[in-house]
Unconditional design. Structure first.
Length: 276
Protein backbone atom coordinates (compact mmCIF):
# COMPACT_ATOMS: atom_id res chain seq x y z
CA UNK A 1 0.00 0.00 0.00
CA UNK A 2 1.88 3.08 -1.27
CA UNK A 3 1.15 6.37 0.45
CA UNK A 4 4.65 7.83 0.39
CA UNK A 5 3.30 11.25 -0.57
CA UNK A 6 1.22 11.40 2.61
CA UNK A 7 3.30 13.07 5.34
CA UNK A 8 2.18 12.30 8.91
CA UNK A 9 3.61 13.85 12.08
CA UNK A 10 3.33 12.02 15.40
CA UNK A 11 4.00 14.75 17.95
CA UNK A 12 5.61 13.93 21.28
CA UNK A 13 7.18 15.44 24.39
CA UNK A 14 8.64 13.90 27.53
CA UNK A 15 6.29 11.27 28.94
CA UNK A 16 4.67 10.34 25.61
CA UNK A 17 5.02 6.58 25.17
CA UNK A 18 2.73 5.35 22.39
CA UNK A 19 4.39 7.24 19.57
CA UNK A 20 6.40 4.22 18.38
CA UNK A 21 3.37 1.90 18.22
CA UNK A 22 1.35 4.49 16.34
CA UNK A 23 4.16 5.31 13.92
CA UNK A 24 4.64 1.60 13.14
CA UNK A 25 0.94 1.21 12.39
CA UNK A 26 0.85 4.25 10.11
CA UNK A 27 4.03 3.19 8.30
CA UNK A 28 2.53 -0.26 7.76
CA UNK A 29 -0.34 1.55 6.02
CA UNK A 30 2.19 3.16 3.67
CA UNK A 31 2.38 6.72 5.01
CA UNK A 32 5.59 8.71 5.36
CA UNK A 33 5.63 9.06 9.14
CA UNK A 34 7.93 11.11 11.35
CA UNK A 35 7.98 11.19 15.13
CA UNK A 36 8.45 14.89 15.84
CA UNK A 37 9.52 16.44 19.13
CA UNK A 38 7.62 19.62 19.98
CA UNK A 39 10.86 21.60 20.23
CA UNK A 40 11.53 20.78 16.55
CA UNK A 41 8.35 22.71 15.66
CA UNK A 42 9.22 25.44 18.16
CA UNK A 43 12.71 25.79 16.67
CA UNK A 44 14.14 25.64 20.17
CA UNK A 45 17.51 24.01 20.90
CA UNK A 46 17.61 22.21 17.55
CA UNK A 47 19.92 22.47 14.55
CA UNK A 48 18.61 23.82 11.23
CA UNK A 49 18.48 20.26 9.87
CA UNK A 50 16.26 19.18 12.78
CA UNK A 51 13.82 22.07 12.46
CA UNK A 52 10.33 21.11 11.32
CA UNK A 53 7.22 23.09 10.35
CA UNK A 54 3.67 21.92 10.92
CA UNK A 55 2.70 23.06 7.43
CA UNK A 56 5.00 20.35 5.99
CA UNK A 57 2.59 17.61 7.11
CA UNK A 58 -0.78 16.38 5.87
CA UNK A 59 -1.94 14.74 9.11
CA UNK A 60 -1.07 15.38 12.76
CA UNK A 61 -1.43 12.79 15.51
CA UNK A 62 -1.05 13.32 19.25
CA UNK A 63 -0.35 9.87 20.71
CA UNK A 64 -0.98 8.27 24.06
CA UNK A 65 1.15 8.25 27.16
CA UNK A 66 1.63 10.46 30.19
CA UNK A 67 2.96 13.72 28.75
CA UNK A 68 4.88 15.67 31.41
CA UNK A 69 3.74 13.09 33.94
CA UNK A 70 0.11 14.26 33.57
CA UNK A 71 0.81 16.82 36.29
CA UNK A 72 -1.82 19.55 36.81
CA UNK A 73 -4.31 17.57 34.68
CA UNK A 74 -3.81 14.90 32.03
CA UNK A 75 -2.56 16.61 28.87
CA UNK A 76 -2.62 20.11 30.37
CA UNK A 77 1.11 20.85 30.21
CA UNK A 78 1.49 19.51 26.66
CA UNK A 79 -1.47 21.66 25.60
CA UNK A 80 -0.08 24.76 27.33
CA UNK A 81 3.23 24.38 25.53
CA UNK A 82 1.51 23.95 22.16
CA UNK A 83 -0.73 26.94 22.79
CA UNK A 84 2.21 29.17 23.75
CA UNK A 85 4.54 28.15 20.94
CA UNK A 86 2.79 26.89 17.79
CA UNK A 87 -0.81 27.89 18.54
CA UNK A 88 -1.30 30.03 15.40
CA UNK A 89 0.25 27.35 13.16
CA UNK A 90 -2.03 24.70 14.65
CA UNK A 91 -5.09 26.91 14.12
CA UNK A 92 -4.13 27.35 10.47
CA UNK A 93 -3.60 23.58 10.14
CA UNK A 94 -7.11 22.94 11.48
CA UNK A 95 -8.70 25.66 9.32
CA UNK A 96 -7.07 24.10 6.24
CA UNK A 97 -9.18 20.99 6.80
CA UNK A 98 -6.27 18.68 7.49
CA UNK A 99 -6.84 15.92 10.03
CA UNK A 100 -5.71 16.20 13.65
CA UNK A 101 -6.14 13.08 15.77
CA UNK A 102 -5.63 12.53 19.48
CA UNK A 103 -5.48 9.06 21.01
CA UNK A 104 -5.93 8.71 24.78
CA UNK A 105 -3.48 11.30 26.18
CA UNK A 106 -3.74 13.01 22.79
CA UNK A 107 -7.50 13.31 23.24
CA UNK A 108 -6.86 14.88 26.64
CA UNK A 109 -4.46 17.39 25.03
CA UNK A 110 -7.02 18.36 22.37
CA UNK A 111 -9.66 19.06 25.02
CA UNK A 112 -7.15 21.17 26.99
CA UNK A 113 -6.48 23.16 23.80
CA UNK A 114 -10.18 23.82 23.33
CA UNK A 115 -10.11 22.07 19.93
CA UNK A 116 -12.53 19.45 21.24
CA UNK A 117 -15.46 19.74 21.32
CA UNK A 118 -14.25 22.85 19.50
CA UNK A 119 -15.76 25.55 17.31
CA UNK A 120 -16.28 26.04 13.59
CA UNK A 121 -13.60 28.72 13.35
CA UNK A 122 -10.88 26.19 14.24
CA UNK A 123 -9.41 28.44 16.92
CA UNK A 124 -7.82 27.29 20.13
CA UNK A 125 -10.50 28.19 22.64
CA UNK A 126 -11.18 28.07 26.32
CA UNK A 127 -11.38 24.65 27.90
CA UNK A 128 -15.05 23.61 27.92
CA UNK A 129 -14.60 19.88 28.48
CA UNK A 130 -12.25 17.76 30.54
CA UNK A 131 -11.26 14.12 30.71
CA UNK A 132 -11.00 13.46 34.41
CA UNK A 133 -10.51 10.57 36.83
CA UNK A 134 -12.27 7.31 36.03
CA UNK A 135 -15.33 6.78 38.16
CA UNK A 136 -13.71 3.61 39.53
CA UNK A 137 -10.87 5.70 40.94
CA UNK A 138 -8.20 3.55 39.33
CA UNK A 139 -6.31 2.86 36.12
CA UNK A 140 -8.39 0.68 33.77
CA UNK A 141 -6.67 -1.47 31.15
CA UNK A 142 -8.52 -4.10 29.08
CA UNK A 143 -9.97 -4.83 25.63
CA UNK A 144 -13.00 -2.59 25.09
CA UNK A 145 -15.53 -2.05 22.34
CA UNK A 146 -16.78 1.15 20.73
CA UNK A 147 -19.52 1.77 18.17
CA UNK A 148 -19.46 4.34 15.36
CA UNK A 149 -22.16 6.95 15.85
CA UNK A 150 -22.62 7.82 12.17
CA UNK A 151 -21.70 11.45 12.77
CA UNK A 152 -19.57 14.22 11.28
CA UNK A 153 -16.29 12.28 10.92
CA UNK A 154 -15.68 12.01 7.14
CA UNK A 155 -13.33 8.98 7.12
CA UNK A 156 -16.06 6.68 8.47
CA UNK A 157 -19.11 8.10 6.73
CA UNK A 158 -19.55 5.05 4.48
CA UNK A 159 -19.86 2.74 7.50
CA UNK A 160 -23.29 1.80 8.85
CA UNK A 161 -24.15 3.43 12.15
CA UNK A 162 -23.44 1.01 14.98
CA UNK A 163 -20.35 -0.56 13.37
CA UNK A 164 -18.23 -1.90 16.23
CA UNK A 165 -14.50 -1.80 16.81
CA UNK A 166 -12.38 -3.58 19.39
CA UNK A 167 -9.87 -1.04 20.70
CA UNK A 168 -7.95 -1.69 23.95
CA UNK A 169 -8.16 0.90 26.72
CA UNK A 170 -5.52 1.96 29.21
CA UNK A 171 -6.18 5.15 31.15
CA UNK A 172 -6.86 6.57 34.59
CA UNK A 173 -8.43 9.85 33.43
CA UNK A 174 -10.95 9.23 30.67
CA UNK A 175 -14.30 10.31 32.07
CA UNK A 176 -15.64 13.09 29.86
CA UNK A 177 -17.23 16.03 31.67
CA UNK A 178 -18.72 18.85 29.61
CA UNK A 179 -18.73 22.41 30.88
CA UNK A 180 -21.81 24.52 31.63
CA UNK A 181 -25.15 22.83 31.07
CA UNK A 182 -23.67 19.36 30.58
CA UNK A 183 -26.93 17.70 29.52
CA UNK A 184 -27.74 20.46 27.04
CA UNK A 185 -24.18 20.46 25.70
CA UNK A 186 -24.29 16.72 25.18
CA UNK A 187 -27.55 17.00 23.21
CA UNK A 188 -25.93 19.70 21.08
CA UNK A 189 -22.93 17.49 20.32
CA UNK A 190 -25.20 14.58 19.42
CA UNK A 191 -27.28 16.77 17.11
CA UNK A 192 -24.12 18.12 15.45
CA UNK A 193 -22.81 14.59 14.84
CA UNK A 194 -19.76 15.26 17.04
CA UNK A 195 -19.97 12.04 19.05
CA UNK A 196 -17.44 9.86 17.26
CA UNK A 197 -17.71 6.66 19.30
CA UNK A 198 -19.67 5.31 22.23
CA UNK A 199 -18.60 2.55 24.57
CA UNK A 200 -20.62 -0.63 24.00
CA UNK A 201 -20.72 -4.13 25.45
CA UNK A 202 -19.37 -7.01 23.31
CA UNK A 203 -22.86 -7.69 21.92
CA UNK A 204 -23.28 -4.03 20.91
CA UNK A 205 -25.68 -3.09 23.69
CA UNK A 206 -25.14 0.09 25.75
CA UNK A 207 -22.12 -0.31 28.00
CA UNK A 208 -21.92 -0.36 31.75
CA UNK A 209 -18.76 -0.89 33.80
CA UNK A 210 -16.38 -2.50 32.91
CA UNK A 211 -17.18 -2.06 29.20
CA UNK A 212 -17.41 1.66 29.82
CA UNK A 213 -14.10 1.80 31.72
CA UNK A 214 -14.32 5.39 32.95
CA UNK A 215 -17.99 6.24 33.54
CA UNK A 216 -18.40 8.92 30.85
CA UNK A 217 -22.01 10.09 30.64
CA UNK A 218 -23.76 8.88 27.51
CA UNK A 219 -20.97 6.28 27.06
CA UNK A 220 -19.02 8.83 25.01
CA UNK A 221 -15.64 7.39 24.01
CA UNK A 222 -14.65 9.90 21.32
CA UNK A 223 -15.52 13.29 19.86
CA UNK A 224 -14.91 15.38 16.76
CA UNK A 225 -14.98 19.12 16.24
CA UNK A 226 -17.94 20.58 14.29
CA UNK A 227 -16.02 20.33 10.98
CA UNK A 228 -15.11 16.69 11.64
CA UNK A 229 -11.38 17.07 10.97
CA UNK A 230 -10.24 17.15 14.61
CA UNK A 231 -10.98 13.93 16.46
CA UNK A 232 -10.12 12.28 19.73
CA UNK A 233 -10.81 8.92 21.31
CA UNK A 234 -9.83 7.38 24.63
CA UNK A 235 -9.11 3.79 23.54
CA UNK A 236 -6.06 2.80 21.47
CA UNK A 237 -6.63 1.64 17.86
CA UNK A 238 -2.86 1.21 17.46
CA UNK A 239 -2.97 -1.53 20.13
CA UNK A 240 -5.24 -3.70 18.00
CA UNK A 241 -3.64 -2.97 14.66
CA UNK A 242 -2.18 -6.45 14.12
CA UNK A 243 -4.24 -9.61 14.59
CA UNK A 244 -1.61 -10.93 17.01
CA UNK A 245 -2.55 -8.11 19.42
CA UNK A 246 -6.12 -9.43 19.78
CA UNK A 247 -6.99 -10.98 23.15
CA UNK A 248 -8.43 -14.11 21.49
CA UNK A 249 -5.92 -14.82 18.73
CA UNK A 250 -4.70 -18.05 20.33
CA UNK A 251 -8.28 -19.41 20.32
CA UNK A 252 -9.39 -18.05 16.97
CA UNK A 253 -6.81 -19.28 14.48
CA UNK A 254 -3.77 -17.61 12.98
CA UNK A 255 -2.17 -14.46 14.42
CA UNK A 256 -1.49 -13.25 10.88
CA UNK A 257 -3.38 -10.32 9.46
CA UNK A 258 -4.86 -7.22 11.02
CA UNK A 259 -7.29 -6.05 13.68
CA UNK A 260 -9.84 -3.28 14.00
CA UNK A 261 -7.18 -0.60 14.49
CA UNK A 262 -5.99 -1.26 10.95
CA UNK A 263 -9.51 -0.74 9.64
CA UNK A 264 -9.88 2.57 11.49
CA UNK A 265 -6.45 4.07 10.77
CA UNK A 266 -6.62 2.97 7.13
CA UNK A 267 -9.89 4.88 6.75
CA UNK A 268 -8.27 7.98 8.31
CA UNK A 269 -5.33 7.90 5.89
CA UNK A 270 -7.54 7.11 2.90
CA UNK A 271 -9.56 10.25 3.61
CA UNK A 272 -6.43 12.32 4.16
CA UNK A 273 -5.21 11.24 0.72
CA UNK A 274 -8.46 12.06 -1.05
CA UNK A 275 -10.66 14.43 0.99
CA UNK A 276 -14.11 14.75 -0.51
Amino acid sequence: MARRDLAVAVLRIEGTNNDGELALALRTLGARVEIVQLNQLEGRNVSPSERRRLSDYDVLFLPGGFSSGDYVRAGAIFAARIRASIGPELEEFVRSGRLVGGLCNGFQVLTELGLLPGHRDGKLGKVDAVLTNNRSGRYECRPTFVAWEGGAFPPLRSLPKGTRFLFPSGHAEGRLILGGDAAGRRRELEENGQVLFRWVAPDGSPADYPWNPNGSEGNIAGLTNPMGNVFGLMPHPERHFFRAQAPDWTREGSPRGFGDGHRFLDAVLAYAEHPS
